[in-house]
Design a binder for this molecule. Structure first.
Ligand SMILES: [Zn+2]
Length: 275
């Protein structure tokens, strides 16, 4: 009797785990771009301290690679960096660039390789207007699920696409979803890259939030030295109207609070281009 009960319990547990995995898959995977290519987008974020990569927290990974895996800049200066992922996107990126130009603010854009191939002119515009370009993988893969060979393909492929468009090899990598593995950080360091995640998530990628919501999210963990995650592109169903509407208010709020808005190289004291 006991063994039958145990078997039934095991069966339930298996079903529950399978359902979780399937739900997770259905919930997070692959909305398509407007142009029909597939892309996956940010998973719900957790507090930085809880974020873990292969059993190691982001904070611990930063301790192990203090110059090559960053979450923020120095806390002793009232400076912050705005970063925009998933560029270039013709639906969103031009509006972001217009606002930054109006306020004479420079930011850092993390470029997806296959998007850059389709929109080289927009990448050139980002560069020409004084913003910094970073590497955001070739097709927005979850890099922590890749072998080192495939990780290198994602990074090096995108690197050469960007180099051909703007004439330099970006020093900064932002892994999609902030997901990377310690040995990938190690290889990146040896290859002359620095991986930059963030300590402030605007959560602008989740459920098309209002500008008010986005500003609230940013204020939540903002402090001197912060690196703010926003998006200049996305998948089907993501409008980023909130991001665009929030941006002038964020810039004004930061200036009113006495923050200087700088690029990543300025914030962390590392070059924009790989040597
Ligand atoms: Zn992304």
């Amino acid at each position: 009797m006991k063994s039958i009960r145990r078997k039934i319990m095991k069966c339930f547990a298996f079903a529950a785990i399978t359902a979780c995995l399937l739900f997770g898959q259905a919930h997070y995977s692959a909305p398509a771009y407007a142009d029909g290519t597939q892309q996956t987008w940010s998973k719900p974020d957790k507090k930085i301290k809880k974020r873990k990569i292969s059993g190691i927290s982001w904070v611990e990974l930063h301790r192990q690679y203090p110059h090559s895996f960053l979450l923020n800049g120095p806390r002793n200066k009232r400076r912050v960096a705005l970063t925009f992922d998933d560029a270039p996107d013709p639906r969103v990126t031009p509006a972001i660039l217009d606002i930054l130009a109006k306020y004479e603010v420079r930011a850092t854009f993390f470029i997806v390789g296959n998007r850059a191939s389709r929109n080289p002119t927009l990448v050139k515009r980002i560069h020409k207007e004084g913003h910094i370009i970073g590497n955001h993988s070739y097709d927005h893969a979850v890099l922590s699920k890749l072998s080192l060979t495939n990780y290198r393909k994602q990074i090096e492929g995108t690197d050469s696409i960007i180099r051909n468009i703007v004439g330099y090899s970006p020093h900064f990598i932002r892994p999609p979803y902030g997901e990377t593995l310690p040995h990938q950080v190690k290889w990146s360091k040896q290859a002359g890259f620095t991986i930059v995640n963030w300590d402030v998530d605007s959560v602008d990628w989740k459920n098309n939030p209002s500008d008010t919501r986005i500003i609230k999210n940013i204020k939540n963990t903002l402090q001197p030295g912060s690196i703010v995650l926003q998006h200049a592109g996305g998948g089907r169903g993501q409008s980023f109207a909130g991001t665009i509407n929030a941006l002038p208010k964020i810039i004004e709020m930061l200036h009113n609070k006495g923050y200087e808005i700088v690029t990543l190289p300025e914030l962390v004291g590392q070059p924009a281009a790989r040597r």
